[in-house]
Design a protein around this ligand. Sequence first.
Ligand code: MBD
Ligand code: FE
Length: 313
Amino acid sequence: MTVKVSHAPEVQTLFQEACGLNNDAGSARLKQLMQRIIGDIAKTIEDLEVTEDEFWKAVDYFNRLGARGECGLLVAGLGLEHFIDLLQDAKDAQSGLTGGTPRTIEGPLYVAGAPIAEGAVRMDDGSEDGVATVMFLEGVVRDTLGQPVAGAVVDLWHANTKGNYSYFDKSQSDYNLRRRIVTDAEGRYRARSIVPSGYGCDPQGPTQECLDLLGRHGQRPAHIHFFVSATGHRHLTTQINLAGDQYLWDDFAYATREGLVGDIHFVEDEAAARDRGLQGSRFATLSFDFQLQKPPAPTAVRRSARPRALQGA
Ligand code: MBD
Ligand code: FE
């Protein structure tokens, strides 16, 4: 028989005190969240009869997870980041906000402040010339009516041929494969880059250690991340996941969605390559358009019934 004490008054009082509910300082929101989370953990411990050994293993695991900077990786791998998208999709559907390019997770590897360019840019630093396949990526940003949006910012980032991202992979130059492109008068962005490889969790890291125990791999299909933003439109966080990748629909982070599969074309044509300023004959093209939504209507402010003169008093 399982022994339960989490609902005993003395335990509730303990957690209440530990979560700062007996003082007036700090953050009321954090107190509310912490009380719920601590209570849920306590319930899990007694319901599932978590042993002390299991408990301390978990504490050690979180230390190692944080020390390796893999918290963001684990929440993606456990489907929680995708859950946040599903929840937002449901909220949008309920408020009648539909259409536009689907959102999908940001992941843990964005770096702000990438070099900004007008219309067209080369994203790779040339360090994988001869190894990588050159990729010409382009598309149009449109509004809800299908009209091109000039001056939109397309902030994109992707991995190199080893599946590694600059900044996190210190062997790459700063902002390699990370750019912001401002769309031209026709709403178009263009990038010359290299075909990315899929990402795999560090086989030695704590996230993969957890996935191993869940009987899962830690692989993502080849993909390109995007933030697309323009004044008067809703910010879009999304990705293009590349068709033909063995992990396209077996993504450990659950980011691939209908409408976000990029139809990449590999070309073997020496004349066409020369026209594009390349040596050799092989390159790839990928065209992907985005459609932004109008920003959600601000939720109505519920006005206090108090007389104006007393508001803020
Ligand atoms: C990635 O490149 C990524 O996009 C996600 C979501 C998780 C890990 C690595
Ligand atoms: Fe990624």
